[in-house]
Design a protein around this ligand. Sequence first.
Ligand code: AMP
Length: 419
Amino acid sequence: MAKLTVKDLNVRGKRVLMRVDFNVPMEEKGGQMVINDDTRIRETLPTLELLINQGAKTILMAHLGRPKGQRDPSLSLRPVAKKLADLLGRPVVFADDCVGEKAEKTAEVLQPGDVLLLENVRYYNEDEANDPVFSEKLARFADIFINDAFGAAHRAHASTEGVARAISKRGGLCAAGLLMERELKFLGDELEKPAKPFVVILGGAKVSDKIKVIDRLIEKADALLIGGAMAYTFKLALGFKVGQSLVEADKTDVAKAALEKARARGVQLLLPTDNIVVTPVKTDKLNKKGKPIIEFTSPRPLSEPNIPDSEEGVDIGPSTSKTYADVIRGAKTILWNGPMGIFEDPRFAEGTFAVARAVAEATEKNGAKSIIGGGDSVKALNNSGLGKQVTFMSTGGGASLEFLEGKVLPGVAALADNG
Ligand code: AMP
């Protein structure tokens, strides 16, 4: 059932506690923490502007990094409050704790339209432990709870789930923010009965991470295009040689079951017919973990499906790119999760970029709805400059995958149903 959203509420003059995803990448520069990418902050602006315009007293809570219950100053949200104030063009009050009398007093004097950001909730282990006493402390801030942090909704933490339960127990309303609403619409409702043909593109490192998504989507999709390292586990299951490619040899039964299910349902499940391969060479340089850095030498396209023992598949080849692009261009609904190769290295990004171009083209010329399921595919689309040409890009990584698997996300389940 659809969830209650912030648009359904009368927030005027009320104290509204909102969970947001401000887990932004930061770096120390000249003794100060600097935000490297403010996308996550910007994404909360529509909900925040709505709350401000309607005269709510908004109290924001978020986590940053993994302070593991310690007050680690490098993981303070103070720089985020400053950035948010710049983006909103109005002051944002900062409380240097997320619970307790002082923070509560700061919240009490807020005026309609004011915004307060609480300090990192992960300064307390009680957040991840979903501690009921801590949840009650958070719940004291407000009578209305809004969750706009889809990326954290798959975890039952005090700031996502416990607080919602505590507020609804005493009759308060818990609703989705605008960003959360869009995530639920595109990753949920739109994929419930997708316009056909429905093409699913899956890539990335591991079959095991995405097998439940594959299993569920075979029941809805017309075609599944597989790329990335996970394709090599499928290839191994079919008896091909994969050389040094990244595989999960113990997951070939899972891959076989997916192939069989697709065949039985008449779903096209395509695997790469050619690859870009390299010869991996161990160097004497060590990485951060003290392991030798592997250099990828002698890249070449290989049109033969078997990969020689000394070589490794790092991207789909040009012929596969073309086949996949043709299928994608005919789609009316597209879901994409995971790159086709090691796209972080420009030499092996072409397969992923070819898919990105085809997805953008299908959206523009074929009127397809294109939904990007978060994580690295979003990065790849942004790198290729095509981010604005797709219908929707999810802000969740793990949360999107779990939602696509059909799991109930605790942070969503805790919100009130609409109707
Ligand atoms: P995931 O988080 O599962 O979507 O995986 C993304 C990662 O998969 C990226 O860091 C890619 O570099 C990596 N990846 C994609 N294709 C390959 C490949 N053929 N071999 C090794 N890693 C790959």
